[in-house]
Ligand binder design. Sequence first.
Ligand code: HEM
Length: 199
Amino acid sequence: MNTHADSLTDSTGTPLASRYTRTAITLHWLIALLMIGNVVLGLTAESWPDDWVRPVVDTHKSIGITVLGLALMRILWRVTHKPPPLPREFPSWEKIAAHVAHFLLYLLMIALPLSGWLHDSAWKDAATHPMHLFNLFPWPRIGYVMNLDPVLKETLHDRFGALHTWLGYALYALLAMHIGGALKHQWIDRKSVLKRMVP
Ligand code: HEM
């Protein structure tokens, strides 16, 4: 049965009922840009001129904390707003793969910044280098980690750092799958799902 909402289309001719909400679209692209930007800053941090390293790492931390906040909002939005279903003609393995990738991407939106924050909270110089969000206002470290015994903290600093790096590797693999999948539907299957997510 065609409801009124089903018959409404946007400027590209896509039925409105099969598009993501404006909030979901905004959060998707904002988080995507911030995360990709943060990967670039994280991977290049040590290659900047000496005077730049600290501001680059500080900006990386601020962007990461922002992603954590936006990801929490996005997950709340997601659980209260059902996304448009994938086209019925997609084989079930592809639908399952898409859902698994989406779930893991949500997990990384939380786990990547959280592991970075844990890593930074276990840094031996954290107390003498307070964190400021975008140089605007103070941002706390995780007190429980910061107050641990220095020897244990040193070990945790390494472990959380390694976790942060490995979660980065997982992100690269998932992003390749996610973008590859969207482009396959766009150009090979000729059944665009991308237009449901373009602003
Ligand atoms: C969107 C969230 C984040 C992403 C995608 C991200 C990604 C990365 C990546 C790819 C690296 C390089 C790791 C490597 O060596 O291969 C890195 C390094 C690092 N990240 Fe993050 N990160 C995020 C959030 C955070 C947060 C919230 C903090 C701390 C509050 C943080 C602290 C650090 C630190 C201290 C480094 C080491 C930088 C250096 O080389 O000195 N990250 N991050």
